[in-house]
Design a protein around this ligand. Structure first.
Ligand code: 5AD
Length: 349
């Protein structure tokens, strides 16, 4: 079948085979048609609301050595920080005051933040009436359970790549099986689960991106966040080829075709790569933005990749600016919690 017919078929049937995904990923002439189809599917299934999640980057200390990540343990050029629980709470409080309904607590895999430390914090933040998303990496089932019981609603854990060999090459001392175990545990515990990948890792093929997309379809996450890999200084992949936005947008648009009602963020890495990257993403299948409410030095030091701190700003005065930009493309800021529509977890509206 020709690529345009394939896109139209996927738009209504939400199914694509490995070969068909490969064909669309490799066809350079159908990008616009693909983005428009994903935009229509987004409009039909999740509407014109753009849900905002306030991102709090509370520790940049990490035990891992992911080759692509600026915060890898062996990067001595990073000034490390760890916010106090009171500081994290104060940022969450500010986010609530600014009208956010969700806070995302993200950090490196930092052993300091034990269940004993996080549970009371989660309870306090929950009392602000916020939905809570955690993004703190791999933990045992019991810890995920304790966080859920304390009020966490959602969890973000990207699979990064489903190519096991590539995963284990770039995530030394980590295991692909444990990553999957974590994702399964989170699902069993009834979290709204977000996963995702990096697009453009050296050695990653169209074949493996097609596999990633089929994994999303099989796993049925509530959210998929993906972005271009942006080479980061002082990491083993610092000299990798310049990153590109289009391949990431294509994988994102295909994700929307396969999983029509999930939440898909216009990610910070897209915005870091191109000033209007986020708006482009919103018109190619995305329906969520995660403004960064981390401030000052900490924000500068949470450098997963270059350009991150400046992208996806959140301070209060920018909300109006964002609102205007959204209105210009027929969209508006969502007023509810913005949970996954197809699931009875966090309320969607
Ligand atoms: N470029 C883009 N995204 C990155 N991440 C880590 N390092 C980079 C990079 N150099 C992403 C990973 C991780 C998320 C928090 O940030 O996918 O899951």
């Amino acid at each position: 079948m020709d690529s345009l017919s394939l896109i139209l078929q996927a738009q209504t049937q939400n199914v694509l085979s490995q070969e068909q995904l490969l064909q669309l990923l490799q066809d350079p002439h159908i990008d616009k048609a693909l983005f428009q189809a994903a935009d229509r599917v987004r409009q039909k299934y999740v509407g014109n609301a753009v849900h905002l999640r306030a991102l709090i980057e509370f520790t940049n200390i990490c035990r891992n050595n992911c080759a692509y990540c600026g915060l890898q343990a062996q990067n001595t050029a990073v000034t490390r920080y760890r916010m106090t629980e009171d500081k994290i709470y104060a940022l969450a409080h500010k986010a609530a005051k600014w009208g956010y309904k969700t806070v995302v607590l993200q950090g490196g895999e930092d052993g300091f933040f034990t269940v004993q430390r996080l549970v009371p914090l989660l309870r306090r933040i929950k009392a602000l009436g916020l939905a809570i998303t955690l993004s703190i990496g791999e933990r045992p089932f019991e810890e995920y359970q304790a966080f859920k019981q304390a009020g966490a609603d959602r969890y973000l854990l990207r699979i990064e790549t489903t190519d096991k060999a590539l995963y284990e090459k770039y995530n030394p001392a980590m295991s692909f099986e444990n990553r999957l175990r974590c994702l399964e545990d989170l699902k069993r515990l009834n979290y709204e689960v977000g996963t995702g990948i990096l697009v453009g890792l050296p050695g990653q093929t169209a074949q493996s991106l097609a596999q990633d997309l089929l994994f999303f379809k099989r796993f049925q996450p509530d959210m998929v966040g993906l972005g271009p890999f942006i080479p980061c200084p002082n990491t083993p992949l610092s000299d990798a080829p310049a990153p590109q936005l289009t391949p990431a947008l294509k994988v994102m648009a295909l994700t929307r075709l396969l999983l029509p009602d999930i939440n898909i963020p216009a990610t910070t890495a897209m915005e870091a790569l191109q000033p209007n990257g986020r708006l482009q993403a919103l018109q190619s299948g995305a329906n969520v933005i995660m403004p960064n409410v981390t401030e000052g030095e900490e924000r500068q030091n949470y450098a997963l990749y270059p350009g991150k701190a400046a992208a996806a700003q959140a301070p209060q005065n920018l909300r109006q600016e964002l609102e205007q930009k959204l209105h210009a493309i027929g969209r508006h800021i969502g007023t509810g919690y913005g949970g996954h529509k197809g699931r009875k977890g966090v309320p969607c509206c």
